[in-house]
Design a binder for this molecule. Sequence first.
Ligand code: MN
Ligand code: MN
Length: 278
Amino acid sequence: MFIHRPILQTEVNVQNPDPVFAEKLLEQYGGGTGELTAALTYWTQSFHTQDAAIRDMLQDIGTEEFTHLEVIAMLIEQHTRNASANMQDRAYTSTLFAIRGPGPHLVDSKGAFWDARYVNEGGHVARDLRSNVAAEAGALATYEALLKLTDDEGSQKALRFLATREVAHTHMFMEALNSINKLTEPLFGDLQPDNSVNVYFNMSSGPGADLRGPWNREPTFEYVANPLQHEEQEHSGRSGSNEMEMLGNNRSDTGPGAGQIPGRQESGGQSGGDDKSP
Ligand code: MN
Ligand code: MN
């Protein structure tokens, strides 16, 4: 059951009401990165996992997101209802508050209705938890933007608290992923991957576009510097013909990596750039 108590998780005390800022706050009420999205996402996800502890965490955090929704609602209410006539005029010429009145509405900062398609859920607990790490990043980015858009100390205090809680949630979801060994292991489910699972294709190639990092470094990854030649080789291997040579002769080989055969680097080899394989 849900029981509501009118106790706020953080103080909401707006000193300088600004309906224009309230309009921006709607992003965290009825927007994609908002608290309603987070609350309904984690609540729904909680019924997908048989892991009792992870289910409990999703319901704890989901319920906390409802308390954040309450804080945002009160911020919006105070920024609209308590605004001076002059400040209300500023907003009322450009926003929905003139039509729907003060307080929150289930739209984002541009007036688009909240949409269940904001919710990413279903299929596997690893998918849900990874999606939640990304969702919390979106919420944090929105709060960072909102904090830059107001000088009101009361609003800043509440927003800093809400932003901090999203950092905490991110950490919790990452630990939950770690507890099922899915924080650094990309594979989940029943898929038996083929041999492309560790292959990095250098598909965007040219000056400044052949850079190396841990995401394409041997021995974890096999770096294919020239995917076109790689494909020709693979195709040639499959058809058993000398088509690769014909293709090679017909192409103007002037681009980066031209003339490199094979395109595929040997595992463990240095491949130029500033790569320092561990
Ligand atoms: Mn939240
Ligand atoms: Mn959160």
